[in-house]
Design a protein around this ligand. Structure first.
Ligand SMILES: Cc1cc2nc3c(=O)[nH]c(=O)nc-3n(C[C@H](O)[C@H](O)[C@H](O)COP(=O)(O)OP(=O)(O)OC[C@H]3O[C@@H](n4cnc5c(N)ncnc54)[C@H](O)[C@@H]3O)c2cc1C
Length: 571
């Protein structure tokens, strides 16, 4: 098949904060850039972020304190050079986006308002009511559009052109009519976002299926620290839809079925504003010990009634709406039921401080970049603090865009692509379209999500993880026997969902394998059989590789320690 080839300087996959910020910088510097996205840019998950974005702006705050909180929150696994860069550039990043039009909520004196978030020593999260992500995304998308960035939306990227350590494009198809195209570029950047959809209860958009990670892994590239999956303490009971940490930041209190404010037992000082890993475990522990609430006793209460209607409508209007719509509970009048929900992925595509993708702990690829939630730079280590991720996506998106411009100017050669290089994607599509097995995407996905939540969730053991490893093996085998009903070429969501399921099966194996090998508890990774952190053996980053049969092998990389030496973490 003669597949068309489009040439450009840079191709970016993903149009959330990271992709848009990079694209704007690149286009502004006079380079051609195409952004491919399976959604309309404004539907990227960045737009769902509610609570805030961190920067040490206020009189009594400073950058070093932001760095310290981030490193401590990460359970000392974050790379401190990357943390220092991000935190020191945070105030400038906020001013940059504000001057481009992002309307933040204000203090009475007119300065940008900041709210407290878990694990932060000062109120540091800048916010726009509880629609922070949407405000930021609209601003950066408009600015990228204004510069003339080409957005190709509703294009599905299924493969990269990558050989001998060098990337030179991507292969994608148009969701409208399934027409394939090769995008041949000097530089390729992935900003494909998070991937908590592999878990039954999660806060993520349906699109967050981790495509970028598996696309890389299938070319033998490593994924880093995949075992660290953040479970957010407050998703709506049942659905897991997020109730932002802003709710606890504004003063929300947690109660169990006995009416106890149970955080007193787990984090007497920080209480509800301890980091997410600590609060999530506390909630799960209350539930496991029979003090849960709700019909299946799988939730706890979040009480905001003492804030009053005026404050709730001023600060948390979206959250109130969500709880009324999906739970029938009005937080102005009664406590709402919440439960732990899979939310964020600390691990991902390993990159250096300029977003260049690593092919091993010490070697870099050429022409290949990543930023935002799909990347692991690693500023979040074993546990991300709330409101640090919008900062990560916005700051590193821009920073990596600038790095790409520098690299282009120092002369990256374009390796020419040929039509045949789309064959991998065409084979994958043909297999799914023509296969006549008996397995359905929905059925396999349900089993994957249920079992990942059960066996590789907040609490993990050798036994649960080994069990999950076997389940994943069986699911991968059964995937070969998949069948889709829609055989048409127009917006074939059956096909897309099957491809996405394939991605989820692949990257889940990395999560499980990393978790089996990490025989310690650190941040979001909690092993009941190894409840303590073990710096002697595990103060290191996991690098995992997949072979053609889907087997995973591991090696480890060093953590960059700076001025903050690992200490015991108390809240
Ligand atoms: C409900 C919720 C609330 C949150 N609240 C906060 C908060 O208050 N503060 C904070 O700091 N963080 C928050 N986060 C986390 C934060 O929003 C994300 O980590 C961040 O926005 C990710 O940005 P991104 O640019 O990396 O990816 P995203 O915004 O997720 O964008 C991913 C992009 O990749 C594209 N894409 C993916 N796969 C493909 C493919 N195969 N082909 C083509 N395109 C593809 C998508 O179309 C999309 O444009 C929240 C997250 C959630 C889920």
């Amino acid at each position: 098949m003669d597949v068309p080839i489009v040439n450009t300087d840079v191709v970016i996959v993903g149009s959330g904060l990271a992709g848009c910020a990079a694209a704007r910088e690149i286009k502004k510097a006079g380079k051609d850039v195409i952004v491919l996205t399976k959604l309309h840019p404004l539907r990227s998950h960045s737009g769902a972020a509610q609570g805030g974005v961190n920067a040490a702006l206020s009189e009594d705050d400073d950058i070093e304190l932001h760095m310290f909180d981030t490193v401590k929150g990460s359970d000392y696994l974050a790379d401190q050079d990357a943390v220092e860069l991000m935190c020191s550039k945070a105030p400038e990043t906020i001013r940059w986006i504000e001057h481009m039009g992002a309307a933040f909520s204000r203090r009475p004196d007119g300065r940008i308002a900041q709210r407290p978030f878990g694990g932060q020593s000062r109120p540091r999260a800048c916010f726009a009511k509880d629609r922070t992500g949407l405000t930021l995304l609209q601003t950066i998308f408009e600015q990228a559009d204004r510069e003339g960035v080409q957005f190709w939306d509703e294009w599905y990227v299924a493969d990269i052109l990558y050989e001998d350590g060098k990337a030179y494009g991507v292969v994608a198809y148009d969701l409208r009519d399934m027409k394939p195209t090769i995008f041949n570029a000097k530089a390729v950047m992935f900003a494909t976002g998070g991937y908590a959809r592999a878990f039954k209860i999660n806060s993520n958009a349906h699109a967050n299926t981790g495509d970028g990670l598996s696309i890389f892994a299938r070319h033998g590239l490593p994924l880093e620290d995949m075992e660290f999956v953040q479970f957010h303490p407050s998703g709506l009971a049942g659905s897991g839809i997020l109730i932002s940490e802003a709710a606890r930041g504004e003063g929300g209190k947690l109660y169990n079925s006995e009416g106890e404010r149970f955080m007193e037992k787990y984090a007497p000082e920080k209480m509800e504003l301890a980091p997410r890993d600590v609060v999530a475990r506390a909630i799960m522990n209350e539930i496991r010990e029979g003090r849960g609430v709700g019909p299946d006793k799988m939730a706890v209460y979040l009480d905001l009634t003492h804030l009053g209607e005026e404050k709730i409508m001023e600060r948390l209007p979206e959250l109130r709406d969500l709880a009324i719509t999906f739970l029938g509970q009005d937080m102005v009048k009664e406590p709402i039921m919440i439960t732990v929900t899979a939310h964020y992925s600390m691990g991902g595509i390993p990159v250096n401080i300029d977003g260049r993708v690593k092919k091993s702990p010490k070697e870099l690829t050429e022409g290949l970049y990543a930023a935002g939630e799909c990347a692991c730079v690693s500023v979040h280590g074993a546990n991300r603090l709330g409101a640090n991720s919008l900062l990560d996506a916005l700051f590193f998106g821009r920073h990596v865009g600038e790095a790409i411009v520098r690299d282009l100017e120092s002369g990256i050669e374009l390796r020419k692509a040929s039509s045949e290089e789309a064959q991998g994607m065409l084979d994958e599509i043909a297999f799914i379209m023509n296969n006549n097995g008996k397995e359905t995407t929905a059925g396999l996905r349900q089993e994957l999500q249920d079992s990942m939540f059960e066996n590789c969730g907040v609490f993990r053991t050798e036994e649960s993880l080994q069990k999950q490893k076997e389940i994943l093996k069986r699911l991968r085998k059964r995937f070969k026997n998949i069948r889709i009903d829609d055989k048409s070429k127009t917006f074939n969501t059956d096909l897309q969902e099957a491809i996405e399921l394939g991605h989820m099966l692949d990257f889940s194996a990395f999560i499980v394998e990393g978790a089996i090998a990490r025989k310690e508890s650190r941040g979001a990774h909690y092993r009941e059989d190894y409840p303590n952190r073990d710096d002697k053996n595990f103060l290191k980053h996991t690098f995992a590789y997949m072979d053609e049969e889907g087997n995973i092998s591991l090696e480890y990389g060093d953590v960059v320690i700076g001025k903050f030496k690992p200490q015991e973490r108390k809240y």
